[in-house]
Structure formats: structure tokens, C-alpha cells
Write a protein that binds this ligand. Structure first.
Ligand code: ADP
Ligand code: MG
Length: 302
């Protein structure tokens, strides 16, 4: 006996490196007419690197020792973080041979950053836009200036606060996946509309990467719930929405979509559970490939 077309499409997807969880998911994939892509870890490789370390010394001192102190402090707070930015900070500290002190009371807020107690001080590491909100004074102004200078160069700026005081800004850079532009082109051809980029990152870094990938519809500065709202609005307009994310901060959006696909390498356990399909071979181009597989299988079924 031959396998039903949708089941053999599931098996075929497996050969493309995509674990599709059921024949029903396989069937719905072909109906997708709008795709929302996460940025960090999905459109990009998800292994960002710290490219700048900018301490904001109150006494005007500058140079390596302050840089190391800033990086060690940030790494201490980020140590337990699963976020690619957190891992970049920890990796940068390790590269410089630093030994970050032990942190306590670690907490992470999706789309915002982390907090921890480091040697008695409350440390926060995360997005400058939100962490500087309402802060005034010379250091806050210096931090705003440093952050926007980095963002103007397409970096993601990461702010470090100690006891509510800005002590420095890190610049982080991530690379587009090599198959990002081809994937965007293939998805556009399949669905008749360009994919939407939904990201928690700053608008400037987001726009720069989007342009490189051929995406014109960019929604930046989104919290996890904003990503859900963006998906829900597209669905309210009649679209069948596919969300592709790494699950770090987009698990709710993966759940809200008609179909959620998680990038498996970076994906959290919860994301892998929530998603309808998982890209296990870490190739973004597998996404349009499985949509096309579904279309073909559906033609055989009907
Ligand atoms: P994306 O949508 O691009 O995957 P996220 O929603 O994961 O981005 O994160 C959005 C923003 O929140 C980041 O650009 C960063 O500014 C901030 N952020 C989140 N987690 C962290 C962290 N662990 N360390 C530093 N910044 C963080
Ligand atoms: Mg992400």
C-alpha cells in the first residue's frame, strides 16, 4: 500500500530537516498566506557577538580595566540567561579571560533583559529604550548617546545598570543567515506577499537587517505580547499566518499563529513543545520547502 500524500509529505519534511508534528499541520502549512519572522535567532544566525564595550565612568577614566569591569558585571548578571544576547555577553567575558562574580536572584523579562544581584548590587542588563525610560542626569544622557550611536551603526545596544545607575553600554552584532534572502524570496513567491519581520530589537538595527534580507514590512520594539497582537491583527484581516521563531521571546506568538515553526537549535524546550513544527537542521530555507511540500500533497489529496 502507498502512504497517504500528507503522511508521506511529513516524512519528506523530515528529510528536509523539519519535524512536522502531524498530518493536520502538514495540511494547514499549505494554506498559509502570510509569514511573520522573528529576527534574533531566526532571520539571523543567533550567535551575536559583543563588538563594543563602552563604560560610562563617572570620574572620566577610560580604558581596558573599566571595560573589563563592565563586561564582568554584565556577564555575572547574564550568566544563567538563555537569550542569545546574554550568551554573547558571557562569551565575550570568557574571551577576555574574565571571571565574572557569582550572581543571585536572577530574573529575566522577555523583550527587556535580565536582573540579578551581583556582590550586593542590583544589576540590570537589557534594552536601553526601556531601561532608560524616565531616567535623568548626566549618566543617563551619556548612555542614551552611546546607545543611539551604536544603533545608528546597526548594532543592538545593551545597557548595564548598577543600583539604577547606567554604568555602560555594549554593542552587539548579529549576522544574517546565509539563506535569509533566498528564504524571503521563496516565501514571497509562495504566499504572494512579503514576510513581516517582528522583533523586540530597536527599529534601526531591525531595518538594517530587514533591508539586507529583502523584507520591507518591519515591526520593531515589540514585547512578546505585541508579537501576538501583530499576528492576531493579520489573522483578523483574514490571513492564515505562519510564525517562525526561535522561541526565546516568541513562544506566545508561535502559539497564537495558525502554524508556529520553531528554529530547533536555539529553541527552548517550551518553544519546541508549543510549535507545530521544528526546524532541526538549522536551515531557514527548509521553511518555504515544507510549505511547498504541503501544497503538492494537498493537490494529490483533493
Ligand atoms: P528578537 O525579537 O529580535 O528575537 P527579543 O524579543 O528576544 O528580540 O529581545 C528584544 C530585546 O530585548 C533585545 O534586542 C534586547 O534589547 C532586550 N533583551 C532581551 N533579553 C535580553 C538579555 N538577556 N540581555 C540583554 N538584552 C536583552
Ligand atoms: Mg528571537
Amino acid at each position: 500500500a502507498t502512504m497517504p500524500p500528507l503522511l508521506s509529505a511529513v516524512a519528506n519534511a523530515g528529510r528536509h530537516g523539519v519535524l512536522v508534528k502531524s498530518a493536520v499541520v502538514m495540511e494547514h502549512l499549505g494554506q498559509v498566506d502570510r509569514v511573520a519572522l522573528d529576527k534574533t535567532g531566526t532571520l539571523t544566525e543567533g550567535t551575536p557577538r559583543v563588538t563594543e564595550v563602552r563604560p560610562l565612568a563617572a570620574d572620566g577614566r577610560e580604558g581596558r580595566p573599566d571595560e573589563d569591569a563592565l563586561l564582568a558585571l554584565a556577564a555575572a548578571a547574564e550568566y544563567p540567561s538563555e537569550h542569545p544576547l546574554g550568551r554573547a555577553v558571557v562569551a565575550a567575558a570568557r574571551l577576555r579571560g574574565l571571571h565574572p562574580p557569582q550572581a543571585e536572584d536572577f530574573a529575566s523579562t522577555p523583550g527587556l533583559g535580565v536582573t540579578a544581584t551581583v556582590q550586593g548590587a542590583k544589576v540590570a542588563v537589557g534594552t536601553p529604550e526601556r531601561l532608560l525610560d524616565g531616567l535623568t542626569g548626566e549618566r543617563a544622557e551619556a548612555a542614551r548617546g552611546a546607545a543611539s550611536a551604536l544603533e545608528a551603526e546597526g548594532r543592538t545596544a545593551v545597557l548595564v545598570l548598577r543600583d539604577g545607575d547606567p554604568v555602560g553600554v555594549l554593542g552587539v552584532a548579529d549576522r544574517l543567515r546565509p539563506d535569509a534572502a533566498a528564504t524571503v524570496a521563496a516565501l514571497t513567491a509562495l504566499t504572494g506577499a512579503g514576510p513581516v519581520l517582528v522583533t523586540g530589537d530597536n527599529p534601526r538595527a531591525a531595518a538594517r537587517l530587514a533591508a539586507e534580507a529583502g523584507i520591507t514590512d518591519v515591526r520593531a520594539g515589540l514585547l512578546p505580547q505585541d508579537k501576538v497582537d501583530a499576528v492576531t491583527r493579520l489573522q483578523a484581516a483574514g490571513r492564515k499566518v505562519l510564525v517562525v521563531g526561535d522561541g526565546v521571546n516568541d513562544t506566545p506568538a508561535l502559539a497564537a499563529a495558525h502554524i508556529g515553526i520553531a528554529m530547533g537549535r536555539a529553541g527552548s524546550d517550551l518553544a519546541l513543545e508549543t510549535a507545530d513544527a521544528v526546524v532541526v537542521r538549522d536551515e531557514l530555507a527548509a521553511v518555504p520547502a515544507v510549505v511547498a511540500l504541503s501544497r503538492r500533497a494537498r493537490r494529490l489529496v483533493v
